[in-house]
Write a protein that binds this ligand. Structure first.
Ligand code: NAD
Length: 256
């Protein structure tokens, strides 16, 4: 019997087969979790539907996190079909390409607001809607962050600031949700080549540096991240909330 047999989860953030969210979905489904998927806009529908179908998922719903009504509809559908939910995976981030190169000093007001809205506020918005459906089930919310929130990573710019807001939101949300038995944690993943990552100027050089300097001397895979997500979704992590777990080949522990 799988670790997650009988449990239900919603995966936000699959764009394609390279997405971190897709690796997590496969891992959770492999341990018996039944999944619902969302996609951000019609352009992604055709990619997400066949992936969801391959895991036997019956719920595939539109959800652009800048639209309250789409988030409401996802949780209404889930409540109707399942009556509750055990795990929410938030693997969503966005910033305009122009903000992910050059100096942070040049960040525009609109670019700042958009990056923070999609990449950080969306976690609060989803947690607010998920919490009532998780009560009494020992729910787990998992989000994805990156080391660029802690230290300056060239070109990461406003996304680093958004990830700092996201990580701090995890701690505040852990405090709010803990009394209801709901846990929330983030995974700080090392760089991995996905659609979102390709928007960051100089991304290949980040990958090269990790391979050279990280204790494990290799870049991580999405499967590495998925293993930690499985732990956080399962009862193995029943006492863990408000945490940020680095899955980065150890890169973040190095000083020089
Ligand atoms: P990805 O491009 O596969 O996933 C990003 C997802 O965000 C996509 O599915 C996209 O549709 C979704 N998204 C963007 N705007 C949205 C909106 N308005 N509403 C709803 N969804 C929206 O890339 P990924 O690397 O798998 O990214 C997943 C998460 O992992 C992100 O939070 C990212 O910052 C984080 N992360 C990535 C890396 C990396 O190197 N790839 C490292 C650490 C953390």
């Amino acid at each position: 019997m799988g670790l997650l047999e009988g449990k239900k989860g919603i995966i936000f953030g699959v764009a394609n087969q390279k997405s971190i969210a897709w690796a997590i979905a496969q891992k959770l489904a492999g341990e018996g979790m039944e999944l619902a998927f969302t996609y951000a806009g019609e352009a992604f529908k055709g990619r997400v539907e066949p992936l969801a179908e391959s895991l036997g998922s019956e719920l595939v719903l539109p959800c652009d996190v800048t639209k309250d009504e789409e988030m409401d509809a996802v949780f209404a559908e889930v409540e109707k079909k399942w009556g509750g939910v055990d795990t929410v995976v938030h693997a969503i981030a966005f910033a305009n390409k122009d903000e992910l190169k050059g100096e942070y000093l040049d960040t525009s007001r609109e670019g700042f607001a958009l990056a923070l809205d999609v990449s950080a506020y969306s976690l609060v918005a989803l947690a607010k809607r998920a919490a009532p459906l998780m009560e009494g089930r020992g729910g787990s919310i998992i989000t994805m962050t990156y080391y660029g929130s802690e230290k300056v990573v060239p070109n990461y710019n406003v996304m680093g600031v958004a990830k700092a807001a996201l990580e701090t939101s995890v701690r505040y949300l852990a405090s709010d949700l803990g009394p209801r038995g709901v846990r929330i944690n983030s995974i700080s993943a090392g760089p991995v080549k996905t659609l979102a990552a390709m928007g960051i100027s100089g991304f290949k050089s980040i990958l090269k540096q990790v391979e050279e300097k990280a204790p494990l001397r290799r870049n991580i895979t999405t499967d590495d991240v998925a293993g930690t997500a499985l732990y956080l979704a399962s009862d193995l992590a029943s006492g863990v909330t408000g945490e940020n777990i680095h899955v980065d080949s150890g890169f973040s522990v190095m000083g020089l």
